[in-house]
Design a binder for this molecule. Structure first.
Ligand code: UTP
Length: 293
């Protein structure tokens, strides 16, 4: 039985929805409270049993490599000041896993970013995790997909329900059969025009894929938004072997756009032991003043 030990985290996009913040700083390094988004993703991969991670980076993304590297001066400084708790947090990021990097020379789309990592993956099944979605779940989201893969040996795509009005922002599945949380899929459609989506089950940035996907990514066909789309290659894979969708358990936070990012920050701050009371009080005062004005 094949299992999944390698993961790709594409992080070479331009992050235009967060400009100007992302002009000189990678979107993946924007923090939710005190941790960069990409660290939540790396932690999920490791908790799911992934042993090797390849991050696809691009121009202006050096901060990602620095974040997962040792920072000797900083560690020394924290040690001298006996700030041991902070020292642990700083070291944790660099001790996380075997992290490798590859550059996507031009941001030609998510499908192209995944294709850039093909030599690292070789002929094995692999995971893809996107930083746009953070998922909090009892069993890590990727672990759920890997367990599905172990049962079927078929590629499996993480989905969740979104409101009808938002389907045009996502890859959407056209399901033909359901067995518990697993769906058989007729078609995967990237960003369908409003009102044309075949369902409201949306692809949520977690995938387990068989390596045959690279045959289709190799052809580099341009899709929605003028980009090489991963969803299009998944649809072609689905035509030659089974690809399932899996409605994973857990709460998903959309941190790839501004409102979702703000909501996530507030909710995570309210779950933070050191912050929650002050944040709650601040919000109450803020709302009171708004109502009084
Ligand atoms: P997004 O489309 O959400 O990211 O791609 P983006 O392009 O950086 O953001 P906007 O839309 O301009 O605001 C999903 C993930 O795929 C990566 C991104 O870094 C992001 O993590 N990606 C996207 C690449 O690695 N390369 C690409 O060419 C495109």
């Amino acid at each position: 039985m094949k299992t999944v030990k390698k993961a790709i985290i594409p992080a070479a996009g331009l992050g235009t929805r967060f400009l100007p913040a992302t002009k000189a700083m990678p979107k993946e390094m924007l923090p939710i409270v005190d941790k960069p988004t990409i660290q939540y993703i790396v932690e999920e991969a490791i908790e799911s049993g992934i042993e090797d991670i390849i991050i696809v980076t691009g121009k202006g993304k050096r901060a990602i490599e620095d974040h997962f590297d040792h920072a000797f001066e900083l560690e020394q400084n924290l040690m001298e000041k006996q700030k041991f708790e902070l020292l642990e947090k700083v070291k944790h990021a660099s001790d996380l896993a075997n992290i490798h990097y590859i550059r996507q020379k031009e941001p030609k789309g998510l499908g192209h970013a995944v294709w850039c990592a093909r030599k690292f993956i070789g002929d094995e099944p692999f995971a893809v995790l996107l930083g746009d979605d953070i998922v909090q779940a009892e069993k890590p989201c990727l672990r759920q997909l890997i367990e599905e893969y172990e049962q079927t040996q078929a590629s499996v795509i993480g989905v969740q329900t979104v409101p009808e009005s938002e389907t045009h922002r996502y890859g959407i599945i056209d399901p033909i059969g359901q067995n518990g949380r697993r769906y058989q899929v007729r078609q995967f459609v990237e960003k369908p025009k409003q009102g044309t989506a075949p369902s409201n089950l949306a692809i949520m940035g977690r995938y387990v894929l068989n390596p045959e996907i690279f045959m289709f990514l190799e052809e580099q066909q341009i899709g929605a938004g003028g980009e090489i789309q991963l969803t299009d290659a998944i649809q072609r894979l689905n035509e030659i072997q089974r690809v399932f969708a899996y409605d994973f358990e857990g709460k998903r936070y959309d941190v790839g756009e501004k409102l979702g990012f703000i909501k996530t920050t507030v909710e995570f701050a309210l779950n933070h032991e050191d912050l929650k009371e002050d944040v709650m009080k601040f919000m109450e005062d803020l709302l009171k003043n708004k109502i009084e004005v």
